[in-house]
Ligand binder design. Structure first.
Ligand SMILES: [Zn+2]
Length: 573
């Protein structure tokens, strides 16, 4: 019986006609998987399979030996492999712009942390998809048989008909009020378009110093408190999620310092505009937002606004950001301390965030006038276990063997310890500001959250093409010193008033300027949490092509909406 089947397969493969059909089917496997994993209107889904099928059936006819065409299309076969690997890892989505960009911008340690997990998947896809396809193509080139002209003519016509049917289905989707475009909806056109988009974006980043050269905020600070200097700190956190803070209601005590800090206002319902550091932090540091992201390349960062208003500006950064727009922003500061270049003794680890504190203390001691400081931490970035010193290993065991669902308890312990450590660092920053006697305030938020095998989806890390609740809901706090509350009581009151309002990361730039009393035409009081003009608007998420999309429409699942209800996150349906 078995011999019979084998013989049949062999006989089936021995003709070019059969190989032709087989290649056509192999070529649209990624399309079929995407059809199942990615939510799309039926008409778009049908078009996304029939159009490429028609094209490949047509193209494969160009040679009497279709294997030759497969070899010519080797880059596509390789791309298909990459696409299947990502589908396995994320369970959805075409290769995104961010993934291409992350390939360029990730540092060695991040890549090596992830590569261990991806390696097995890559091997499997290669053995069960790429290699068999190429072997069959090789076989097709070798055998004497070739496609008869009658067959090619007939299937040429069928391909054309199929193509027309696919286009018709695409047109029908317009009639139903949906959008449909080849560059967004049809694989591999969308994957190739995303590659082009990534190159274009990298180029715009590179030319930022030219496109923003003539920009000025015309920023001023009309009011200065009597005989006292003012110090403002913007602390950019990393990968912290609000649900893991006892301040926000987490059952474990993870933020003891913030829990009892007087003058602290915490905003309960804050959603990040991106789950990717390299898109989220530029929004935090500038007037750009998901709604209007492209102004990023024309304008300078918040550091320049403070500088123009007479502040001495400092950026102390404990994260490797070399070559990114974020580090370009930090270079605008009078003093830029890049701690990622310090020798830690091992190239795989970075310094713990408390290493920032002595530098902060020195800047506060040395400067005489008004001071604006951006601190960029490494917070709770994977590997969590490496983010805190051993005295903070409160929840144990915390040393996970790898990033696997079976290690969830250990990962979660380590993650909670990293939050404890962040809480300690925040407390120390507040101590330094308080001791200075200045009129001061600190705004802290995280750039995005994180997945840690939280539900049946077994998702982990962040920056996936479609986010989850866990990647979106971030901690966002502002501490006001006693002096600040005395000198600017109305701003503190306004912050308190807005603590439960729906907020996004696009508020940081405007809030920070408002706290410091800086005036510029770029500041929008209706986005400032300390201003009575603050208004609630639909919260947008920055999609893969840098366009805004309401965050509840990015492809969140039922499990995400359940969590949002649990944590009182407001959204429209
Ligand atoms: Zn980040």
């Amino acid at each position: 019986m078995n011999m019979n089947i084998l013989a049949k397969i062999k006989r089936g493969l021995s003709t070019q006609k059969h190989l032709y059909f087989l290649f056509g089917v192999l070529f649209i496997i990624p399309n079929c998987v995407l059809f199942v994993t990615d939510p799309m209107p039926v008409t778009v889904g049908i078009a996304s399979i029939i159009i490429p099928l028609a094209v490949w059936f047509g193209v494969l006819l160009l040679s009497r030996k279709p294997g030759i065409i497969v070899w010519i299309l080797l880059p596509k076969v390789i791309l298909d492999g990459g696409q299947l690997v990502l589908l396995y890892l994320f369970g959805e989505s075409v290769i995104a712009v961010d993934m291409y960009l992350n390939l360029i911008s990730s540092n060695a340690s991040e890549a090596s942390e992830l590569l261990g997990n991806i390696f097995l998947v890559i091997i499997c896809v290669f053995l069960f998809y790429t290699l068999p396809t190429l072997c069959l193509a090789f076989y097709s080139v070798k055998i004497k048989d070739s496609l008869p002209d009658v067959f090619r003519k007939k299937w040429g016509k069928i391909s054309l008909l199929l193509l027309m049917a696919g286009v018709l289905s695409g047109c029908l989707s317009f009639l139903q009020g949906n959008t449909f475009s080849v560059k967004k909806d049809i694989y591999p056109a969308n994957a190739i378009y995303n590659l082009y988009f990534a190159f274009d974006k990298a180029n715009r980043n590179k030319n930022y110093h030219l496109t923003s050269a003539n920009f000025t905020f015309h920023a001023t600070k009309p009011v200065q408190v009597n005989n006292n200097r003012e110090i403002y700190v913007l602390l950019v956190g990393e990968t912290a999620r609000a649900m893991e803070w006892s301040l926000y209601g987490y059952e474990r005590e993870t933020t003891p310092h913030m829990d009892k800090l007087s003058g602290l206002v915490y905003f309960k319902d804050v959603i990040t505009q991106s789950n990717n550091t390299h898109k989220s932090v530029p929004i935090i540091l500038s007037a750009a937002s998901a709604e209007d992201y492209d102004i990023l390349y024309q304008k300078k960062s918040i550091i320049t606004a403070f500088k123009e208003a007479g502040f001495h500006t400092v950026a102390i950064v404990n994260q490797k950001l070399t070559g990114s727009l974020i580090s370009t922003f930090y270079r605008e500061a009078d003093t830029y301390i890049d701690m990622s270049t310090f020798n830690t003794g091992s190239y795989l680890t970075s310094l713990h965030d408390d290493a920032i504190l002595p530098y902060l203390q020195k800047e506060v001691d040395d400067a005489e006038g008004n001071l604006f400081i951006v601190l960029h931490t490494y917070g709770s970035h994977f590997n969590y276990y490496e983010r805190y010193s051993k005295e903070f290993a409160f929840y144990t065991p915390d040393k996970a063997e790898g990033i696997r669902a079976t290690c969830k308890t250990k990962l979660r312990n380590a993650y909670d310890n990293s939050i404890l450590f962040t809480d300690y660092v925040l407390g120390e920053v507040v101590n330094i500001l308080e001791k200075s006697g200045a009129c001061s305030s600190m705004l802290y938020l995280s750039d995005h959250g994180e997945d840690i095998f939280d539900d049946a989806r077994a998702r982990y890390l962040h920056a996936s093409p479609i986010p989850t609740y866990y990647q979106l809901h971030i901690p966002y706090i502002i501490w006001f010193s006693d002096n600040y509350q005395r000198d600017y009581p109305e701003k503190y009151q306004q912050a308190l008033k807005h603590k439960a309002w729906p907020v996004s990361t696009n508020s940081v730039f405007h809030t920070m300027l408002d706290i410091a009393g800086i005036e510029t035409k770029e500041a929008d009081p209706s986005l400032s949490l300390t201003n009575e003009a603050f208004i609630v608007r639909d919260r947008m998420y920055l999609d893969d092509h840098d366009d805004p999309i309401p965050f509840w429409k990015v492809g969140l699942k039922k499990l995400d909406f359940e969590m949002m209800d649990k944590w009182n996150i407001s959204y429209d349906k």
